[in-house]
Ligand binder design. Structure first.
Ligand code: C2E
Ligand code: MG
Ligand code: MG
Ligand code: MG
Length: 302
């Protein structure tokens, strides 16, 4: 294809224009309107902590319910939002909404928010986080920010400055999808991450092995490797004083094995799928009888 520019009118495309591009432009146009039209929502997925035997955090996961497109998965629109700069307003909306919703939950529960690489590179990120906490009233200690290894591949000085800025605010910083990227071991040495989230590809590989599988079976080798990797990351976390979360735990077997390996937390469909805010709040209230709301302050509305 070739894009032509005609007297300032952008994007007239010759027939035969790349179909992918056409699709992307349509998606981008719709995404621009999605925020104004209230089509974005956060769902929340619990993280269960073994030692505490309760839900200690929930992860905010963005959902786009488009009247025209149905439910669009974040894997489709987050990368696009990154490329077009839409991630800045969307990311700020996510952060603000997650903090505002979490402030009404039991104080023992943190909220985790994903940051894309472009958000992380934003010059004002630390200030935005600080202001959002102040405006919503959420204590810094109740916010976890999740970044992927992709973030760490970029300009080291700037990345370190931002990480330390966030750390000084008192928010928790988690390394998401651990094991799928690059250079993270080096960063574990240089920055005190609070949590490592073991990518679900390792967890998913765990229980594929039938007991009678031959030793040279490639499936068996893959599953054994997955188990060894989970064990190694857990040990690494233990020794560095970093919590470990196993992502994508779907079965009782995986849950048992993850517990056995000594992970701090699990997240996955076995515990709960991501749920709308109202549902997650009801769930958390049911599980935590020591809510400040229940202890007092309800008289006026009772
Ligand atoms: P992530 O941060 O690693 O989030 C976990 C993903 O795994 C979520 O997918 C979740 O629904 C899914 N998941 C949870 N438990 C299970 C399980 O047991 N089995 C399987 N197969 N999947 C499970 P989701 O919601 O589609 O999000 C995909 C990715 O999109 C996220 O991966 C995150 O990188 C990104 N994302 C989601 N929300 C946001 C956001 O608000 N901002 C940014 N920047 N990225 C986001
Ligand atoms: Mg995440
Ligand atoms: Mg993850
Ligand atoms: Mg993941």
């Amino acid at each position: 294809y070739r894009a032509k520019e005609e007297r300032g009118t952008f994007a007239f495309f010759e027939t035969g224009m790349d179909e992918d591009l056409r699709v992307r432009l349509g998606l981008e146009a719709d995404l621009r309107l999605a925020m104004q039209r209230n089509e974005l929502a956060l769902h929340y997925q619990p993280l269960y902590n073994f030692a505490a035997d309760r839900i200690t955090a929930v992860e905010a996961l963005l959902r786009w319910n488009s009247p025209a497109r149905g439910s669009v998965p974040p894997a489709e629109f987050i990368p696009l939002a990154e490329q077009t700069g839409l991630i800045a307003p969307i990311g700020q909306w996510v952060l603000r909404t997650a903090c505002a919703e979490a402030v009404t939950w039991p104080t023992t529960v943190r909220v985790a928010v994903n940051l894309s690489p472009a958000q992380f590179r934003h010059q004002q990120l630390v200030a935005i986080v600080r202001d959002t906490l102040a405006e919503t009233g959420l204590p810094a200690d109740r916010l976890e920010l999740e970044i992927t290894e992709t973030v760490l591949r970029q300009d080291t000085e700037a990345v370190m400055a931002t990480l330390h800025g966030l750390h000084e605010l008192g928010v928790h910083v988690s390394l998401d999808d651990f094991g799928t990227g690059y250079s993270s071991l080096n960063y574990l040495r240089r920055f005190p991450f609070d949590k490592i989230k073991i990518d679900r590809s390792f967890v998913g590989g765990l229980m594929l092995v039938p007991a009678e599988a031959a030793c040279d079976d490639t499936v068996m080798v893959a599953a054994k490797s997955a188990a060894m990797i989970v064990r190694a990351i857990t040990g690494l976390g233990e020794n560095l004083g970093i919590a470990t979360t196993a992502e994508g735990v779907e079965t009782a077997q995986q849950f048992a094995q993850i517990r056995h390996e000594g992970c701090t937390e699990v997240q996955g469909y076995f515990i709960s799928p991501p749920r709308p805010a109202a549902e997650i709040e009801a769930l958390l209230r049911r599980l935590d009888a020591t809510l400040p709301m229940l202890a007092g302050g309800e008289d006026a509305s009772a």
